[in-house]
Unconditional design. Structure first.
Length: 258
């Protein structure tokens, strides 16, 4: 009987040790670059949508994050070599999946939206980008170098001359939209980045989001296969599922709405 007790005690202690090892805390290096409202500094403190979400996921997964400022291309290179462990804000590509683990589910959408002057949505009952291109009175603003989705890339090649105006930066589009001579009727932009930009220049209340669907892309966490175990990736996947179910991801995104 005593021998049975010893065996049971040994089994119990080994089970506890295994459980502790299964949730062993980890420390991961994650890259970031300045891109408000996803990442930005306030009084030398990093803030932003993806900063907040990544920290939430890490805490739920029993991990801590060491943030390293790197441009996006460098982040990917360092992850491929294993020098950086993790990146947020990642779209899925076949090339990256060869050297990295993606979470199975995205943690937020990346939304490209149409912005028009406040109160003018009702004037343009668009359902698709094709509707915008066909409207002879609508002049659209876009920013050079931005990807607005496959549908726009297709339409851009045949967009009527004079009704597509390109600028180098988003803020030039903001100014043109609210100018008294109204050189453009609306412009395309990343939903949250544009909202942040409008707030910075004091145009909240003068611009609104049109409900037409432009492009929605899924955003994932991406891990280096060379430096991160699949077990840790699984813990982050569970964290995303848990925090999504509890509504905590939505709470973070809500703070950055118009």
């Amino acid at each position: 009987m005593r021998g049975v007790r010893v065996l049971v005690s040994c089994w119990f202690l080994s089970s506890l040790a295994y459980a502790e090892d299964a949730v062993k805390p980890c420390r991961l290096t994650i890259g970031w670059e300045s891109w408000a409202p996803y990442y930005y500094m306030v009084d030398k403190t990093l803030k932003g949508i993806d900063y907040e979400l990544a920290e939430m996921f890490a805490a739920e997964a029993k991990c801590s994050l060491k943030w390293q400022m790197l441009v996006w291309k460098r982040q990917l290179e360092e992850m491929e070599s294993g020098s950086v462990d993790l990146a947020a804000s990642a779209s899925w590509t076949k090339e990256r999946s060869a050297w990295g683990y993606y979470t199975q589910k995205p943690y937020r959408p990346e939304t490209m939206s149409l912005f028009v002057r406040q109160g003018e949505t009702k004037l343009y009952p668009f359902q698709t980008l094709d509707d915008i291109a066909r409207d002879p009175h609508f002049v659209l603003g876009v920013t050079l170098g931005y990807f607005y989705g496959d549908a726009f890339a297709r339409l851009e090649k045949t967009w009527p001359k004079g009704r597509l105006q390109r600028e180098n930066t988003d803020d030039k589009q903001y100014a043109k939209l609210v100018a008294t001579n109204k050189p453009i009727t609306g412009f395309l932009g990343d939903k949250y980045a544009t909202i942040t930009g409008l707030k910075e220049v004091g145009l909240v209340g003068k611009v609104e989001i049109h409900p037409v669907k432009v492009n929605v892309n899924d955003i994932y966490l991406l891990f280096s296969r060379k430096s991160v175990s699949k077990d840790v990736v699984d813990r982050f996947e569970q964290a995303i599922e848990t925090l999504s179910r509890e509504g905590k991801i939505a709470q973070v995104l809500k703070k950055y709405e118009l």
